[in-house]
Write a protein that binds this ligand. Structure first.
Ligand SMILES: *Cc1c(COP(=O)(O)O)cnc(C)c1O
Length: 461
């Protein structure tokens, strides 16, 4: 049966074009919340179906007021990138092709593109060329992949086969991380059966204290995993990888690095010093849907020893024979069936080239510096962190003023930044993660904050 794809694709494309043409100038926050959108969509499953064009029309009308303009060049919330046009185009093809990307010999077209995307990445980031790469949904899952590969490897070295015997009854793994790790590390560790980490105090920028890490490692023994960080959520700071990895490896530990956005500093000649020594780790996690500006979802797990990765995630059956060469993509990640999201990474890297990625990452960091400098001139504003990468934490005279500023900015809608807490103070956190954030966007952002500050001070005064 040959279905009619043409009309629906054209309709979807027209709707997408209208959204893409408008997101930069519409107010950034959504105007409808979940309840409104649900009512508009229809809260009961219809008894009979309806026309596909009518369904897309209703979907668009109901959902659009509930969309956050995350792609705007003045969106700084959480750590979220926008979408390069080439990434969007490639991702649409991935959907149209509908390949299950798990098996080399079954879907060689997309597997070849993903394998090359992985090789380009290792080259760009300066990670060992012999490492293996898996494409997952995000950095949380990529952290989980690194921790599970590490868990399996350190237990094997201790004579315990976790794949056969499970975790219960085996040697306890010491899991160590810095006090300012991202919360997704705790979640990843939970999935990996590691429990909460033993935490090492952080310095004033949130970097793990290597001297304290060394003493904690010396206090115990046995299978150990240490999790480090490239890019602190609040300060953007990078751990001292050379010192921390040496300490951890001296103790026989597996070292994992959460570099959801920070790993990309390794691709920029002017920022690479921040990642010095990070190539000595055993596993790394990063996102392409943040810094590389590809659509959701796209995370990347890298493990130095392909056998360690494969040892944790591989399984075979009569209907899942080993590929003629190499490992199958599903042997490197938790999913068996999945979309070929790595194809989008290939297209984006091919379009940018090495210099384009360098320029992209440098521009994000330069815009963050310019933003911090401009904001620091506004009355009552303190920038709490040393701005070394893409993150800027703004504090005011007290915590209430931050809440008022966040509310005023949300009502205005020109920019969006995340309220948070850091170093025991309320902050408004700006994460520069969008490829479109340039000098003009930075100037408009500073003006929006200036005007919001004036309005809250007028209210108080
Ligand atoms: C965003 C982020 C994560 C989690 O990534 P997801 O893609 O949301 O799963 C982990 N660590 C850091 C430092 C992050 O910024």
């Amino acid at each position: 049966m040959q279905a009619d794809y043409d009309d629906i694709i054209d309709r979807a494309a027209a709707t997408a074009k209208a959204w893409l043409a408008g997101f930069e100038e519409r107010p950034i926050p959504p105007t409808a919340m979940v309840g409104d959108v649900r009512r508009h969509l229809g809260e009961r499953l219809p008894a009979t179906g309806s026309d596909q064009d009518a369904v897309l029309e209703r979907l668009t009308a109901a959902v659009e007021p509930g969309l956050m303009a995350i792609q705007s060049s003045r969106f700084y919330g959480w750590v979220m990138g926008g979408t390069f046009p080439v990434a969007l185009g490639a991702d649409w093809l991935v959907t149209a092709w509908d390949q299950n990307a798990g098996m080399r010999d079954a879907t060689p077209g997309v597997v070849a593109a993903e394998e090359l995307a992985g090789e380009y990445l290792l080259d760009l980031l300066g990670l060992p060329a012999t490492a293996d790469v898996g494409f997952v949904t995000g950095a949380t899952t990529a952290n989980m992949v690194g921790l599970i590969a590490g868990r399996t490897a350190v237990l094997r070295r201790a004579g315990w086969d976790v794949n056969r015997d499970g975790l219960a009854g085996g040697p306890r793994i010491r899991f160590i991380a810095g006090a300012e790790r991202h919360t997704s590390v705790d979640l990843a560790a939970r999935y990996a059966g590691l429990g909460l980490p033993l935490t090492v105090e952080a310095d004033d920028q949130g970097r793990i204290r290597v001297d304290l890490l060394r003493s904690l490692l010396a206090e115990g023994e046995g299978p150990t995993i240490v999790c480090l960080q490239a890019g602190n959520l609040h300060s953007g700071a990078f751990d001292d990888f050379t010192g921390a990895i040496e300490a951890a490896h001296d103790a026989g530990a597996w070292v994992h690095i959460d570099g959801a956005f920070g790993l990309w500093a390794g691709a920029a000649s002017g920022l690479r010093h921040l990642t010095a020594g990070y190539d000595g780790a055993d596993s790394w996690a990063t996102d392409a849907h943040k810094t590389l500006n590809v659509p959701y979802d796209c995370g990347i797990a890298v493990v130095a020893d392909p056998v360690a990765l494969n040892g944790a995630f591989s399984i075979h059956a009569a209907y899942l024979p080993r590929p003629a060469e190499g490992f199958d993509p599903y042997e490197k990640v938790p999913e068996m069936s999945r979309r070929a999201r790595g194809v989008t990474v290939w297209a984006t890297l091919a379009w940018l080239g090495r210099q384009g990625v360098d320029d992209l990452v440098q521009r994000l960091a330069d815009s963050a510096s310019a933003l911090a400098q401009g904001l620091a001139q506004l009355p009552g504003v303190t920038i709490l962190n040393d701005v070394v990468f893409t993150q800027v934490c703004l504090a005011l005279e007290d915590d209430e003023a931050i809440a008022a500023l966040a509310a005023a900015l949300r009502a205005d809608g020109t920019i969006f930044a995340s309220p948070s807490r850091w170093r025991d103070r309320a902050v408004l956190r700006f994460s520069v993660s969008n490829w479109g954030t340039d000098e003009t966007a930075v100037a408009r952002t500073i003006e929006a904050v200036r005007s919001a500050l004036a309005s809250i001070r007028a209210d108080v005064g």
